[in-house]
Design a binder for this molecule. Structure first.
Ligand SMILES: NC(=O)c1ccc[n+]([C@@H]2O[C@H](COP(=O)([O-])OP(=O)(O)OC[C@H]3O[C@@H](n4cnc5c(N)ncnc54)[C@H](OP(=O)(O)O)[C@@H]3O)[C@@H](O)[C@H]2O)c1
Length: 237
């Protein structure tokens, strides 16, 4: 699986009750959230503005994903925002044909996901780190009580040593620990910058310094779905 194919993920209308980001044929397909929503509206709501949820059966959805792979519609299949319990539900499903290859979750120096990363490593599931630069800090969906990642003094000081930016250090940190990164930018210069992370490496001491920045606070809490029975972020990881 390559990062670039995941970078192109987009919404399509769905027959499945789950949010599924479907990519060009033979690319990875990802169950985008364990919290299922019915119909074709991206965020279906009732007349009072409350989100309408679909009855959730993660194992049945996974079987539909397996069928997509078997039909040649997707090269690999993965999940997003799944916690350990939800991953175990899939991994322990009787008759499992294909394991998730990846779990796309928030991951960056302020939210390093050590326990989920270790669990996924043990099960050969790649962590794909979303919001690896700390998001766009759009207050409509981002928890801005956590400070801006790219202003962090440690990231900036390490960047200075290598003539790199804090963004490049944050991305390098993740890829050096085996986490795929999917930074987003609308700016051509910054898109180029975000690829220029393969010509330097961080020392073990610097990796530890960056790991120590973990605040265990999410920028992306998905609080609008917190009353969904499969809301993933109530568990420790
Ligand atoms: N599965 C999920 O639930 C989920 C949740 C959240 C996000 N995601 C995905 O993750 C990807 C990225 O996440 P994100 O957009 O939340 O956050 P992000 O990539 O961490 O940050 C994007 C912000 O950083 C800025 N930026 C990009 N490169 C930069 C650089 N080199 N230096 C300084 N600023 C830079 C961008 O501004 P400019 O555009 O001005 O450069 C934008 O404001 C997206 O594709 C998104 O769809 C998935």
């Amino acid at each position: 699986m390559s990062t670039s194919t995941l970078l192109s993920c987009q919404w399509l209308s769905r027959d499945s009750p789950f949010r599924t980001s479907v990519l060009p044929p033979l690319s990875p397909a990802v169950v985008l959230s364990p919290s299922s929503l019915p119909g074709d509206a991206i965020y279906p709501r009732d007349e009072n503005g409350k989100f309408i949820y679909h009855e959730t059966n993660l194992c049945a959805t996974w079987e539909a994903m397996e069928a997509c792979k078997d039909a040649g519609l997707a090269k690999s299949i993965g999940v997003s925002n799944f916690n350990r319990r939800q991953l175990e539900m899939i991994l322990n499903k009787p008759g499992l044909k294909h394991k998730p290859v990846s779990n796309q979750v928030e991951c960056h120096p302020y939210f390093t996901q050590p326990k989920l990363l270790e669990f996924c490593r043990q099960h050969d599931i790649v962590i794909v780190g979303y919001s690896p630069l700390g998001t766009s800090r759009d207050e409509t969906w981002v928890n801005v009580s956590s400070p801006p990642l790219l202003e962090d003094p440690v990231l900036n000081a390490i960047g200075k040593k290598y003539s790199k930016t804090a963004a490049q250090v944050a991305l390098r940190f993740n890829i050096q620990r085996g986490v795929v990164v999917i930074p987003k930018s609308f700016n051509p210069q910054r898109i180029r910058e975000n690829f220029q992370i393969f010509d330097f490496s961080l020392t073990e001491k610097e990796m530890k310094e960056i790991e120590a920045l973990n605040k265990n606070v999410r920028y992306v809490e998905l609080l609008m779905w917190r009353d969904h029975p499969e809301y993933p972020f109530n568990d420790e990881y």
